[in-house]
Design a protein around this ligand. Sequence first.
Ligand SMILES: NC(=O)C1=CN([C@@H]2O[C@H](COP(=O)(O)OP(=O)(O)OC[C@H]3O[C@@H](n4cnc5c(N)ncnc54)[C@H](OP(=O)(O)O)[C@@H]3O)[C@@H](O)[C@H]2O)C=CC1
Ligand SMILES: CC(=O)N[C@@H](CCC(=O)OP(=O)(O)O)C(=O)O
Length: 390
Amino acid sequence: MSSMAALRSIFMDGGCFSRFQEESKSLKIRKMPTRVSAVSAQKSDKSIKVGILGASGYTGAELIRFLANHPYFDISLMTADRKAGQSIGSVFPHLITQDLPDLVAVKDADFSTVDAVFCCLPHGTTQEIIKGLPSSLKIVDLSADFRLRDINDYGEWYGQPHKATELQKEAVYGLTEINRNKIESARLVANPGCYPTTVLLPLVPLLKTSLIALENIVIVSNSGVSGAGRSAKEANLYTEISEGIFSYGITRHRHVPEIEQELSNAANSSITVSFTPTLMPMSRGMQSTINVQMGPGVSVEDLKQQLTHLYENEEFVVVLPDNQAPHTKYVQGSNSCHINVFPDRIPGRAIIISVIDNLVKGASGQALQNLNLMMGIPENTGLSCMPLFP
Ligand SMILES: NC(=O)C1=CN([C@@H]2O[C@H](COP(=O)(O)OP(=O)(O)OC[C@H]3O[C@@H](n4cnc5c(N)ncnc54)[C@H](OP(=O)(O)O)[C@@H]3O)[C@@H](O)[C@H]2O)C=CC1
Ligand SMILES: CC(=O)N[C@@H](CCC(=O)OP(=O)(O)O)C(=O)O
């Protein structure tokens, strides 16, 4: 029996082939729109005003880089905390040629001048600031504050009670390729964490189609240091980071509940994962190695075929051919996620590797993809730049 026939018989036996077909249909990613809609065409010439809260941080700087070539979004408000009052060129000399407003404190910002904001603030401070924004604004929040649906989970993993519980209820989880229908009509999008993005893009489709087991999912991830943000921390000094690697948050990293929430949602059943993040001596980039148990009769080719099929029309998610190993260098500076699947030496298990740039697909790139959708313009607008290689 061919592997696809075996797979089909598993689904038929389990009565879930129709679910597979249905899920495949709903998961089948539509072609990236190439034409601007009539509504958005009226909004050309940078007429959509956006604000960046936390523009003096790493993700804020990445947004400025991408928005510089965006045909519809105009940055008309930028905030900072310690750096309020400064020009962007003094904070980030690589942006010195940009004609942008100076940084202001959040309390001095005039939100009546913007249609949408990217919120690039530390988690914890974000909730109350977003709660105070006009309800007419579209918001993409890059922090973790609105990602966990269960308020108790937030309290447990973030060590403080949530301060905007009503807003939390309306937040849509912004994993673009999987959730774009909901994102299109959302007012508040919780942009996924960088580690969760590398894990969810390959695993959500495989769980939805029951190709992998719910148990024994083991994830080991590696992150560039920019994942920790720009503010000075002793653990991130050159002397501590260079020429060495170390894992942290072992068994208790705050991305565990986010990963488990979205995987459980995809599988419609509770999932517990093993997750170990490691800090690598590099500025940007993220790689996850995910070891999974395949369903009975399922092969590595089946996993790969399913992911290839789902993502074949996607601009930003690429399933690599043959045995090419994903490499952080090949996605650096771009909104791409590269994925490949390999057989494990342990029978019945597979190794899935995915890479992103933590600052782009793991943060600002995906955030821009989401705001494009929320504003009704093509989702790849401003994002189609090549990776920076080598
Ligand atoms: N870095 C990454 O790879 C990723 C980051 N994220 C999340 O995105 C958010 C931004 O991250 P990142 O850009 O790396 O962080 P940074 O530390 O580089 O920047 C934080 C920004 O927030 C401002 N800020 C800090 N404290 C306050 C405050 N109390 N009130 C108002 N503004 C404040 C800072 O201003 P100032 O500089 O003036 O102090 C700065 O502009 C965080 O929640 C982060 O966890 C998500 C995915 C990936
Ligand atoms: C290297 C490093 O420190 N990475 C951060 C995660 C990156 C990030 O910013 O995650 P959020 O979007 O959830 O805030 C960390 O481990 O906390």
